[in-house]
Design a protein around this ligand. Sequence first.
Ligand SMILES: [Zn+2]
Length: 347
Amino acid sequence: MDNVLNILKPERLWYFFTEICKVPRPSKKEERIASWLIDFAKKHKLECIKDECGNILIRKNASAGYEKRKTVILQSHMDMVCEKNSGTDHDFDKDPILPRIEGEWVKATGTTLGADDGIGIAVQLAILEADDIAHGPLEALFTMDEETGLTGAFGLKPGLLKGRVLINLDSEDEGQVFIGCAGGKDTLASLPLRTETAPASFSAYKVSITGLKGGHSGDDINKGLGNATKLLNRFLWNESRECGLRISSYDAGNLRNALAREGFAVVAVPSAHAKAFEISAEAFHKDLVGELHVTEPQLKFSITPSSAVSTVWTKELQNSVLNALYACPHGVLAMSREIPNEPAKLC
Ligand SMILES: [Zn+2]
């Protein structure tokens, strides 16, 4: 019962995975798996380098006829997340992981399996060992301590790798290749809060947008969801022009990487325009429902009379904030014309 995975294909990949399971490899304690890899390289007469940081690099020449191809780097990480069920008597520093087959899954008994990234290592070793796969020059990079600090990746020195194409073997989605991901840029802007006494004969209202789904600013940006900050701003921007609305307080969104789910403002409107303001709010509500009822069925927009406010923002501040927020784009600006469902790269 040494190799319970030996019924799985590709056979050599699962063979190596089983072997790796026997080598303890908690994060920051990769010495044993590193020596094991060095032994593997020696046994197969492959060039092997251990860098200052502890990363292992194994090189394999191109197969005949492929010498002129670009060097491809295959990369995985040596360490694994070590978690065990309560009551499991397992010492990750010395005990082997015990893989088993359960239905269509490979699992471990009582502990994490370490398929992250053991399966990546197994892929590299199976390719390094094979003599029936045609390939250009290969560099197999095994980094250390990915899980608790990306220490190996950060410690890589320029010049170690010859290749310029890298395939990372540490994905969670089978059958998919990632060619990029969302990038982020934070902009912090602050303006001094300048207020003045609220004008006489103004009526105060609380304006609320709630019920939006929110979501991740990268992962959910292509789903047509609403952004409470932008929607609220649109209303305030319009009404500051139409009805002479003045802002007393304004609070929308909370995390820089989350789509704003809620937004609130307390505003003052000249009492003479109060009726027009209420009608306009109703029309705005209808517009929002018309635009977003498919993606944001729980959206709520309301204005409710509020107790009188004593101060409002200066007109200059109000215009600066409303214009700045109006100018900020929300959502995907363009989609790739080559790859379906892929936001375009914009420069
Ligand atoms: Zn991983």
